[in-house]
Design a protein around this ligand. Structure first.
Ligand code: SF4
Length: 484
């Protein structure tokens, strides 16, 4: 995927099945369509009448299971949960690969998978250490399991509710006990989480609707903020661990992270991206001969820009799908090499032309500069960069791996400075209002149900562990005083 070379990464993808034969194979297939959400590791736990089987490892899902061709067959049972991981917290070792497993005196054992990032993880870790807990891993995903284990509540259900009220930040959880699959979503619903039904009556819960399509499941509903969904052999029931909820789904899901064929809360990601492209064309028109997009995540926005501007759209760049993982490791040198291995220009499309290059975002600027140079080397007369999202200025603490502004070119430079740094002839970004209008209001609250903190510093929750660091960043950069 292109996001690894860009350096802006989603944390994880979740997929679970209850009540269907070949649950592990379905989970494998579903996770495969969520691979864009995490490439560092993958794992599946199956449930065969109360006995759990697990296989997990580092790397892409296909790599993890091809290293042990028997592994998938050994994941027997008619229920399973699985996970693909990109690390935003914790190290890159196999111990952090999920689902994690825990022993429990009431339910026997349970497995747990997490998408998101907790903002009070350090605080909870200290509390648990004081209680004598020894951790299996270093990521914050384990903390919910340990909170359940150490809770004073008398039942597993009560322990889970107490634990969900203790963790803060962005979280979508998928748990499995011998008797149930359980999902929970944080009070802001930062990450997408959907429920589907298989033709045989089995239930699926997963991060994106593209995974429902992959396994032939029909969409039932979104998981709502503050909900606990319990699926067992009697069917599905809904509880709430809190009713103090304020929808703030991550706008970057629409801009960049989610697959374009997914539908998030009733809005097609592809259509939202086209509207973003159209809106930036309205806000920042330019005379040009051709519109091209950076493959793959910017193609929808580029089509939207072309349709709104009336400028011809063409396939000016192509992506090599077969780049080895060695080149997508998170270091700058490898990222640079990754870009050069991944992207090429179709010379006949751009030579001698004034080109509009549509991209979905600029993180560090190194990729943009490289692409502008590639286009000019291929004979483009001028390159006008249009970004179909606002300037990335603030860190994300809810599940994206940019937790400092130091690396964000938009936090440290004006738009004119960025234009010069990436060697473009012109550069313009979509406005925050334009972004919200393009996605479409999800509710009538002040934030329209969206998190736009990356762009405007309006964090929907207290930052807990991150507050001091954030304050220091604001001071260092003289950023928006009222942020948070
Ligand atoms: S800060 Fe940005 S990336 Fe993080 S949840 Fe909000 S919109 Fe998404």
């Amino acid at each position: 995927m292109f996001n690894e070379v860009k350096g802006l990464n989603e944390e994880c993808g979740l997929f679970g099945v209850w009540g269907s034969p070949n649950a592990a194979q379905l989970t494998y297939d579903g996770l495969h369509s969520l691979q864009h959400r995490g490439q560092e590791g993958a794992g599946i736990v199956s449930n065969d009448q109360g006995t759990f089987h697990r296989h997990r490892g580092l790397g892409l899902l296909g790599e993890v299971f091809s290293r042990d061709p028997e592994a998938l067959h050994q994941l027997t049972g008619d229920a399973a949960i699985g996970h693909v991981r990109y690390a935003t917290a914790g190290n890159h070792g196999v111990e952090n690969i999920q689902p994690m497993q825990f022993e429990h005196p009431e339910v026997g054992e349970f497995a747990l998978a997490h998408n998101g990032n907790l903002t009070n993880a350090n605080q909870i870790r200290q509390e648990l250490l004081a209680k004598g807990v020894t951790f299996q891993a270093t990521s914050d995903s384990e903390l919910l399991g340990e909170l359940i284990q150490t809770s004073n509540e008398p039942s597993f259900a009560g322990q889970l509710i107490a634990a969900l009220n203790h963790v803060h930040g962005g979280f979508a959880y998928l748990l499995m006990t011998p008797n149930a699959m359980i999902a929970a979503l944080d009070p802001n619903g930062f990450r997408p989480l959907v429920i589907g039904e298989l033709p045989d009556g089995g239930t699926v819960i997963c991060s994106e609707t593209c995974a429902l399509d992959q396994v032939g499941a029909s969409f039932v509903r979104d998981v709502e903020p503050g909900e606990i969904i319990i699926v067992n052999n009697d069917g599905m029931s809904i509880q709430h661990f809190t009713t103090d909820t304020h929808l703030a789904i991550c706008s970057m899901e629409y801009i960049y992270f989610a697959r374009p064929d997914s539908i998030i809360r009733g809005i097609s990601v592809h259509d939202a991206r086209k509207r973003m492209g159209a809106k930036v064309a309205q806000e920042h028109p330019v005379k040009a001969d051709v519109v091209i997009g950076v493959p793959n995540s910017s193609l929808s926005a580029a089509i939207g820009y072309a349709q709104a501007s009336g400028i011809h759209y063409d396939m000016g760049m192509i992506k090599n799908q077969y780049v080895a993982r060695t080149f997508i490791e998170p270091t700058q040198a490898k990222r640079d090499r990754g870009v050069s291995m991944k992207l090429s220009v179709v010379k006949s499309v751009v030579a001698g032309k004034d080109v509009v290059l549509v991209d979905d975002s600029i993180v560090r600027g190194t990729t943009s500069k490289y692409i502008v140079r590639l286009l000019k080397r291929a004979g483009a007369k001028s390159v006008h960069v249009r970004i179909a999202s606002p300037v990335l200025k603030f860190p994300c603490y809810y599940g994206i791996d940019i937790q400092t502004t130091k690396e964000l070119i938009g936090a440290n430079n004006t738009v004119d400075e960025i234009r010069d740094l990436i060697e473009a002839d012109s550069l313009a970004y979509l406005s925050v209002d334009g972004l919200v209008e393009s996605i479409g209001a999800l509710n009538d609250s002040a934030n329209h149900g969206l998190c736009t903190a990356y762009f405007d510093g309006n964090y929907p929750t207290p930052l807990y562990d991150y507050q001091a660091g954030f304050d220091a960043e604001v001071t260092r950069l003289g950023l928006y005083e009222g942020a948070n």
